[in-house]
Design a protein around this ligand. Structure first.
Ligand code: ADP
Ligand code: MG
Length: 487
């Protein structure tokens, strides 16, 4: 029984396995290493996955869905034909397809997997990913942060030692990590990112600007027209840098429009997005207390790092060209497969130790003692703490004869909880006493998979409560996620 490593991407997914002394990437039933993360219904209402589904995105847009990884961890339902699916269910369909392909390729059952997630995935999103694996019939041995996986691939596969800055821009997410690999030990120094920045955003920005220039309302387009336009912009994006001017023939409404795409135009469109990409890079360097010169190797992974303008922007920041000698599409899969090899206790990997960090601060809400105002954020596990980690903080009652203490659980970097992400709460009864006399010990435990567990113990009564953070209903809008990342 095999354990495979899976990169469950926003745009593309792939899998691999550790064999003897290296990673074998597993082709799907069509012979491709990448399986588009697209799910659809065919004419007989059977599920289709990957390239077959992707090819019908335009012609059957009401029966095809893509980029659902962005909805992971939310209750949002996507309609496909006359059925509704959560992002977890759609991801499970992709995972099941990868599992079947791996079983066919390997000729044995595949029951376990290591699945990669963006470092910035919060608790809800990680739980959703794990659940998706289970729905697909896979025991999810480990969730591995994508940049960590990429660094493992570079560090172990290429047998390089030193400090790496990993930049991973895929279709919908951007992750930055600083890791050090030395004498068999991989240590993560910092990780930062933007969950809402990826290659698709460049395409979207191209489309919006083109529609603006043509004075066409986006809302006036049919889903088919929008998809067709996005496809044309995608193709044009990949041709940028050849210096050739491209003339696109856009069919919108009853009209044909000619639209000229030049490198200069693309550069104007890309600049605000590249500026956004700089922020997490600077934050990671700052958190790791490193200058750009201290980085031995800047590693690019993810399809969107193929953009010439991305490479030159990074090149300017670091004063040298970034590394991309592993295929940017496969580096994460390779790392996940190495982690799977570690799990299956492969001898060639027995000397390797991995550490990882918590990518965000986790804490609770407290009352300011001086002003008696509530809503202040008390960090319990600081961002970039090495995991697994368990931290206990003692909290006391704020009012005389207080009957209950409510422990709000939050994730974020702001000193006000209202600006952070609410993850859940625990309420315990406390015996009446003067303010400050009753105390609870609040323990936050964050594990290797990036999952949070909170225990609360009332000191005087010994009563304990426990919560594994699983969901935060309605609190996961993109704005809120973005908010929690701002310092
Ligand atoms: P994910 O990790 O989100 O599944 P990938 O790493 O597969 O994504 O990257 C997908 C993104 O890479 C898409 O937005 C695609 O447009 C972009 N991409 C792939 N190849 C190129 C290229 N040659 N030039 C520019 N962008 C590219
Ligand atoms: Mg990716």
């Amino acid at each position: 029984m095999a354990i495979i490593g899976i990169d469950l991407g926003t745009t593309n997914s792939s899998c691999g396995i550790w064999v003897d002394d290296g990673v074998k990437l597993i082709p799907n039933r069509l012979g491709d290493l990448l399986t588009p993360s697209v799910v659809g219904l065919d004419d007989k209402n059977n599920l289709s996955v990957g390239r077959i589904a992707k090819e019908r995105l335009i012609s059957h847009s009401d029966k095809t869905v893509a980029v659902f990884k962005r909805l992971m961890g939310t209750e949002h339902k996507v309609t496909l034909g006359n059925k509704q699916f959560t992002a977890t269910e759609l991801s499970a369909i992709v995972l099941r397809s990868l599992k079947e392909d791996a079983e066919n390729f390997l000729g044995e059952p595949v029951t376990e997997a290591v699945i990669s997630v963006p470092a910035y995935f919060n608790d809800n999103q990680r739980h959703a990913t794990k659940t998706a694996g289970e729905l697909a019939g896979l025991k999810v041995e480990r969730l591995i942060n994508e940049p960590t996986a990429a660094a493992i691939a570079y560090g172990l596969h290429e047998k390089q030692e030193g400090t790496f800055l990993i930049l991973d821009m895929g279709g919908g997410t951007f992750d930055v990590s600083i890791l050090e690999f030395f004498e068999g030990v991989m240590e993560v120094h910092a990780s930062a990112g933007d969950n809402f920045l990826g290659g698709e955003d460049f395409v979207e920005a191209m489309m919006n600007d083109a529609l603006n220039q043509l004075k066409i309302q986006k809302s006036s387009l049919t889903p088919q027209e929008t998809n067709q336009l996005l496809m044309q912009m995608e193709t044009a994006k990949r041709r940028i840098g050849t210096k050739e001017q491209q003339t696109l023939d856009l069919h919108l409404g009853k009209n044909h429009h000619e639209f000229i795409v030049t490198d200069e135009w693309f550069s104007k469109i890309a600049t605000p997005l590249l500026l956004r990409a700089k922020r997490p890079i600077e934050r990671a360097l700052n958190d790791a207390n490193m200058s750009p010169q201290a980085i031995d190797d800047v590693v690019l992974v993810g399809g969107a790092t193929r953009m010439g303008i991305f490479r030159s922007t990074v090149g300017r920041m670091f004063g040298r060209l970034p590394s991309c000698h592993l295929d940017p599409d496969c580096a994460i899969t390779m790392g996940a497969a190495i982690q799977a090899g570690l799990k299956s206790k492969d001898k060639a990997l027995s000397d390797i130790v991995l550490t990882d960090v918590c990518p965000y601060t986790l804490g609770t809400d407290v009352v300011n003692e001086n002003t008696n105002e509530g809503g202040y954020f008390l960090p319990i596990i600081e961002r970039n703490s090495v995991v697994p980690i368990s931290v206990t903080r003692r909290l006391v009652t704020a009012h005389d004869n207080q009957k209950q203490m409510r422990i709000g659980i939050y994730q974020g970097e702001n000193r006000l909880v209202s600006k952070n992400i609410f993850l859940g709460n625990l309420t315990v009864d406390v015996p009446p006493a003067p303010a400050g006399k009753e105390a609870v010990d609040v323990r936050y435990s964050y594990d290797m998979n990036g999952l949070l567990e909170v225990d609360v113990k009332v000191e005087s009564t010994g009563k304990t409560l426990n919560k594994v953070i699983e969901q935060s209903p309605g609190s996961l809008s993109p704005e809120e996620k973005e908010k929690s990342r701002q310092r």
